[in-house]
Design a binder for this molecule. Structure first.
Ligand SMILES: NC(=O)c1ccc[n+]([C@@H]2O[C@H](COP(=O)([O-])OP(=O)(O)OC[C@H]3O[C@@H](n4cnc5c(N)ncnc54)[C@H](OP(=O)(O)O)[C@@H]3O)[C@@H](O)[C@H]2O)c1
Length: 240
């Protein structure tokens, strides 16, 4: 399968790329930075992993940069993982509109546009493809300071459910993976005490495994998940 993964340069996105490559897929990765970790993966899977530097905050140019210059109509796209995101965290009374809009560009507007052009590619090739959005447990369990971030992820959960309804008859699926807190750059500003407090709210009292998230994404993209659509799959160590 040919899969587009955004936010491939590190963290969850890079692990998703690795998992998909080990399962024999061809991966088209997008991020701003071409990192050392990504280049090592590219050497290991030469010919199956491709990279394009794209700033996903530039929603106006998504079609050209990704769907003309990188994944043209010649490529039959089987799946998309909208993983790239940023977390603007602050309390609501400090809300800054410019920062909120910048986050929505990367977390909401661009993933919606990517979904639009990916589905068009699938229609062109008559592909029964699959869209995955990476959400966050903060949508379902409130955390102080994450209202703005969680709202962007909640928007994608709603978008996914309705996309699934709209395109299911043609065999195109849309699902969301909802991870708990993971140890990545995104969560690196948290203190050990803050992390402990977060982990205490999980049934398993620890950080979510990035590999468990990546394996779930790979499963949902595959034919083994052919009857799963419009769902939010939680991979969060049982956060309640
Ligand atoms: N970490 C957690 O605890 C946690 C929990 C729940 C959900 N999530 C979600 O999991 C997903 C992955 O997060 P992560 O923890 O792996 O985050 P991360 O380590 O901060 O990685 C984010 C990725 O997104 C890319 N990215 C960010 N802004 C971009 C932009 N403007 N243009 C292009 N690429 C951009 C980054 O690449 P460049 O910087 O190279 O552009 C990077 O590859 C996100 O959707 C996040 O919301 C994370």
């Amino acid at each position: 399968m040919n899969i587009l993964v955004t936010g491939c340069s590190r963290g969850v996105g890079l692990t998703i790329c690795r998992t998909l490559l080990f399962q024999g897929n061809v991966v088209y990765g997008v991020a701003r930075n071409y990192t050392e970790e990504f280049s090592l993966l590219e050497k290991e899977f030469s010919g199956s992993l491709f990279f394009k530097s794209v700033d996903l905050s530039d929603s106006d140019n998504v079609q050209k940069l990704i769907f003309k210059d990188f994944i043209s109509n010649k490529v039959k796209l089987d799946g998309v993982v909208n993983n790239a995101a940023l977390a603007y965290d602050d309390i609501v009374t400090n809300l800054n509109l410019v920062r909120l809009q910048a986050m929505y560009a990367v977390n909401v507007f661009t993933p919606m546009l990517i979904t639009k052009y990916a589905i068009r590619n699938m229609l062109l090739h008559r592909t029964q493809g699959c869209i995955i959005h990476i959400s966050s447990i903060s949508v379902h369990t409130g955390y102080k300071g994450l209202a703005m971030y969680a709202s962007s992820k909640g928007a994608m959960e709603a978008f996914s459910k309705d996309t699934a309804r709209e395109w299911g008859a043609l065999g195109i699926r849309s699902n969301v993976v909802v991870p708990g807190f993971m140890e990545t750059v995104m969560s690196s500003t948290l203190t050990e005490e803050q992390k402990d407090r977060i982990y205490k709210r999980t049934s398993m009292k620890k950080a979510t495994s990035i590999i468990s998230v990546a394996e779930t994404v790979a499963f949902l993209l595959s034919d083994r998940a052919c009857s799963i659509t419009g769902q939010n799959i939680h991979v969060d160590n049982g956060t309640i």
